[in-house]
Design a protein around this ligand. Structure first.
Ligand SMILES: [Zn+2]
Length: 184
């Protein structure tokens, strides 16, 4: 994959009218390929692998909230970054997941070409699947470079998506509790 990517970046540099042989650009295809590999490494990860040995038995049944997980992804329409934050809440049903694993789940799906709506949905489904929770709520807030740097050039617009599963969907009280906690 690496050599393919490297050659592709060489072509992009030439196609935009640059001289790929000038000093500053000589190693750029190699560096860009490495960066792109990193930004798409989620394609090579699985939920089973990243949550391995981190699901614990627990009789807690109060809402667990993990707030402000940093999120870096790339929109699949322009291959430009979108960056923001993710909030995840769930109500355990006999099992809890180690804290760091929520960040790993977010990263696994964010390090792919994405649209924010789908990313939010995948994170929620993954948490539901791994924990068997009674309910899961996920909110993603992100700024999209394809909006900010090109097109309509709206620098301050933020996109907010949410997915509610189980009792977060069915019970307005649970959903509101989550929304209120995230606001603070
Ligand atoms: Zn875009």
């Amino acid at each position: 994959m690496h050599d393919n990517l490297k050659d592709s970046y060489k072509q992009i540099i030439a196609a935009v009218g640059e001289d790929g042989s000038r000093e500053g650009l000589l190693d750029t295809p190699k560096r860009a390929a490495k960066a792109m590999e990193y930004l798409t490494k989620g394609y090579h990860e699985t939920l089973e692998k990243i949550t391995n040995n981190a699901v614990f038995t627990s009789d807690a049944d109060d809402m667990v909230l993990i707030q402000d997980i940093e999120l870096y992804s790339m929109c699949e329409h322009h291959l430009l970054p979108f960056v923001g934050r993710c909030h995840i809440a769930y109500i355990p049903n006999g099992k809890v997941l180690g804290l760091s694993k929520f960040a790993r789940i977010v990263d696994m799906y964010a390090r792919r070409f994405q649209i924010q709506e789908q990313l939010t949905h995948q994170i929620a489904k993954a948490v539901e699947q791994v924990t068997g929770a009674k309910g899961v709520g996920v909110i993603v807030e992100a700024k999209h470079m394809c909006m900010m740097m090109r097109g309509v050039e709206k620098q301050n617009s933020k996109m907010r998506t949410s997915v509610m599963l189980g009792n977060f969907r069915e019970d307005p009280k649970t959903r509101n509790e989550f929304m209120q906690l995230v606001k603070n």
